[in-house]
Design a protein around this ligand. Sequence first.
Ligand SMILES: Cc1cc2nc3c(=O)[nH]c(=O)nc-3n(C[C@H](O)[C@H](O)[C@H](O)COP(=O)(O)O)c2cc1C
Length: 162
Amino acid sequence: MTKELVLYFSVYGTAQKVAKEIARQTGADILEIVPADAYDSDRSHYSALLRRAQKEHDTNARPVIKEQLPVADYDRIYIGYPMWCYTFPMIMYTLFEQYDFSGKTIIPFNTHMGSRDGGTYRTIRQLAPKANILTGLPVEMSSAETGAAKAVETWLKSLDKE
Ligand SMILES: Cc1cc2nc3c(=O)[nH]c(=O)nc-3n(C[C@H](O)[C@H](O)[C@H](O)COP(=O)(O)O)c2cc1C
């Protein structure tokens, strides 16, 4: 049987809401990518988070993931994250460099405020060249707040044809 996992990184909780919706509709297991050094999830501290994100981006940082993830145990992995600074958070590089996705199916999704996927689905193809990458789902933040059930449902159905 194909083992499915929803793996996500989220600071303000919107990518988490979409992740939970995907898990609810697919029955997949769900796991959060937790950083060793937590990000400030208080939205009134946005400028400080932006400064940290920008610095990590500019220094090509690899933020440490707190715990080992059971990537090897799954065949089909939904991977979700927010757009940060026109790309994905640098911890996603840590994920793709630390774990082997060869032979697995990756289905990306992300939340954003206008950048859609910002080219990150293409970046995932480069970082995991031996994985089968299916069409991703970008979800605008305000619709992600409610889990975007309908968009997730339509998208999941379209994946059946790939
Ligand atoms: C540090 C930071 C940088 C961001 N940069 C972008 C961006 O470049 N493009 C964009 O569309 N949205 C950007 N956003 C908005 C987030 O993608 C959006 O708020 C997303 O829903 C957050 O996901 P989360 O709730 O799972 O953390 C940024 C948000 C933060 C906190």
